[in-house]
Each structure stands twice: as structure tokens, then as C-alpha cells.
Design a protein around this ligand. Sequence first.
Ligand code: GAR
Length: 212
Amino acid sequence: MKTLVILISGRGSNMQALLEAGLPINRAVVISNNPDAEGLKIAESLGARALCINHRDFQDRETFDTALATEINRHQPNLIALAGFMRILSHDFVQQYQGRLINIHPSLLPAYPGLHTHRHALQEGVKIHGCTVHFVTATVDHGPIVIQAAVPVMPDDTSQALANRVLQAEHRIYPQAVRWFLQDQLRLSGQVVTVSRATTHDSVIYSPGLQN
Ligand code: GAR
């Protein structure tokens, strides 16, 4: 019996990608800190248990995190996946789930932690951008990296166009990372994650493309 808990705050497209991926789980529970999260309805329509713990009902971060952990623990999840969960989690919360709490972030970490990653990438003029799935540590958007996807930055990109291109890649790598975890294919050694039985390839992304 495997249970996946997914934490969301809004749209929930990564959550949807996880729920539609045919993962080896018996149960999915989606928890939002925001009662208006569109993802809650999507979760229900896909047969997941969906519930809200509104952070505004709590005085401070610690009491919210305690309530969230109490709810999570009722479900005894194998893995907790943050999917657009836009609350900073306290050190104690992260500590108790160390090694079974993962996050997806829309940049090639360690570049651009925090918000507005696509805007920063465009401002910096990088030619390759992307997304990262990583184990969560007490430092925001930091931790052992499981998988990354790189996308080219186009000369006429807007933040939105770039975000859309990255999001498509997010929907590919997050289910893959969760599947590896649930199939016990991930090994963590310090900051480094190794994936057993993963394929490797040596292709190079050139952006802009090479011309002879
Ligand atoms: C995604 O792009 C996710 O990577 C990002 O929020 C978006 C949520 O979209 N997460 C972070 O920035 C976390 N630091 P979604 O609700 O449609 O999955």
C-alpha cells in the first residue's frame, strides 16, 4: 500500500501530471493551503482525496506547519511531493520528512531559487533554462537534485512563453522522479542522488544552435 501526499497552492498542473501518470501508488491525497486553489477540484475529479488547511487560520508558520504535519501523518505517506506549494516550510517540518519530501522548481538549480525565475533568466540573458526536482532541505529551493530538464531560451521569448516551455518539461520530469522514488531507485549520498537503472546519454543542447 503506497500513499503519495501532494501539497499545492494553486493551479495544480504538476499535481495533475502526477495523478495522471499511472504511478505505483494506492492512494493520493492532495492538500492545499489555499481554499481557492484550482487544483483542488482537479484532484477530486481525478479520484484523489482533496482537502485544504488554510494557512490564514493560523497565527504563525509553526502552528500552521504543525497542523499540516498532523494531517499528513494521518495518511502515512511514503512520499510528500510539493507541487507549486508556495509556503516556506519551517526547519522542524522539513527535518521530520527528510529524505521523503521533494519539490519541483522552475529553474536549473542552483540558478534562480525563489520567485520569478523566468524573468530572471531572461534578464540575465541565459540561453538555456529549465527545471529541477530535488529533495527538500531547510534552505528554500535547495537540496539534492534528482532530475533536471533543460530548454532553450528563444530570442523573442516572453516570461510567459518561457514559463510554458519549462512547464511542459516539469510535467515530464516530476512523474519520473516520483516513480524512481517509489520504485526505490534513488540513493542519496550527501548532496548527490544516484538513480539506479536510469539511462544516460551524452547529447548536448546548443542554444542558439550551431551553424557551419
Ligand atoms: C510550477 O512552475 C512550479 O515549478 C513552481 O510553481 C508552479 C506551479 O504550477 N514552483 C515553485 O516556484 C516552487 N519554488 P502548478 O500549480 O501548475 O503545478
